[in-house]
Design a protein around this ligand. Structure first.
Ligand SMILES: [Zn+2]
Ligand SMILES: [Zn+2]
Length: 282
């Protein structure tokens, strides 16, 4: 597997000078299954626009593209109207939410509303691609629609306003865990630690410093310390921290990254465009 960050920013895209190194687009991750060269996408933040553009530029052909969602806050869906493959009538796109206790009643409606005439010139049913909207409660089965290689996905609903899901993706004996938009509370959420257990790569959000988190209880996010604590407790091999706060500029994040690496050396703060191989190639 291979993971590419197309969006690393939390809450709102940002384009100011001083934010270019870590990037301004909101959450969008591309997983490439290197054994088949097929991709899957997690979240459709504004980074999805560049992802779609890259697919076209590379001439990547894939009859069905799956976009899995952690949840549907703006910063995780805002790129969808600008995803070029969504306008290709030959393209099948599956929008997928996984996990038990889903509170979203109608997945299609979320995107139909996002694209209603008051907000956007092209409505969902006129975009062109063949859309499928899938809500699967039991994610503990093979990632449907990706390909024929056994790929086990476990989804965990964690604490976030309105709920959000972490994913553990296992394929060919390698483990990728993605955990964003999570608020642990006073103690770590033990279920998140278990989900991350032994991962080759853990992607965990940290929107705040520990001090900032004190002021932002209930906003649904973690601190850098908590991300590292999950990595330590779960015995993960590598940690990538993402969902950077729109007030945290490059200088600040570079400083934080150094501090994090002192405590958990295999930490990197995700940059837009960064690609990480799973397992790491040397
Ligand atoms: Zn978010
Ligand atoms: Zn959120």
């Amino acid at each position: 597997m291979k993971l590419k960050f197309y969006g690393t920013r939390g809450s709102i895209p940002i384009c100011d000078a001083g934010f270019q190194q870590f990037g301004g687009n909101t959450t969008c991750l591309q997983i490439t299954f290197t054994d088949t060269n097929r991709i899957a996408i997690i979240d459709a933040g504004t980074g999805l626009r560049n992802l779609g553009r890259d697919l076209k530029a590379m001439g990547h052909q894939q009859d069905q593209i799956v976009i899995g969602f952690t949840h549907f806050h703006w910063d995780h869906i805002q790129g969808f109207p600008f995803f070029a493959p969504a306008y290709d009538p030959r393209q099948k796109i599956t929008l997928l939410s996984l996990g038990r206790d889903q509170t979203v009643g109608n997945l299609r409606e979320i995107f139909a509303v996002q694209l209603q005439a008051e907000y956007f010139p092209v409505q969902l049913d006129r975009m062109g691609a063949q859309f499928e909207f899938l809500q699967i409660a039991d994610a503990s089965k093979y990632f449907s629609g990706v390909d024929q290689v056994p790929t086990l996905v476990t989804a965990l609903r964690h604490n976030h306003p309105g709920g959000a899901y972490s994913f553990r993706i296992e394929r060919g004996g390698k483990v990728l865990v993605i955990c964003t938009d999570v608020e642990h509370g006073a103690q770590l959420d033990e279920r998140v630690v278990e989900l991350a257990r032994g991962a080759d790569l853990l992607v965990h959000e940290a929107q705040y410093t520990a001090e900032e988190l004190q002021q932002r209880r209930g906003w649904g996010h973690s601190s850098f310390d908590q991300a590292m604590e999950v990595a330590e407790r779960a015995g993960v091999k590598r940690l990538a921290i993402t969902h950077h706060d729109p007030d945290h500029d490059d200088e600040f994040l570079l400083h934080i990254e150094k501090l994090c690496q002192r405590r958990f050396p295999r930490t990197v703060l995700a940059r837009e465009g960064m690609e990480l191989a799973i397992p790491e190639t040397t």
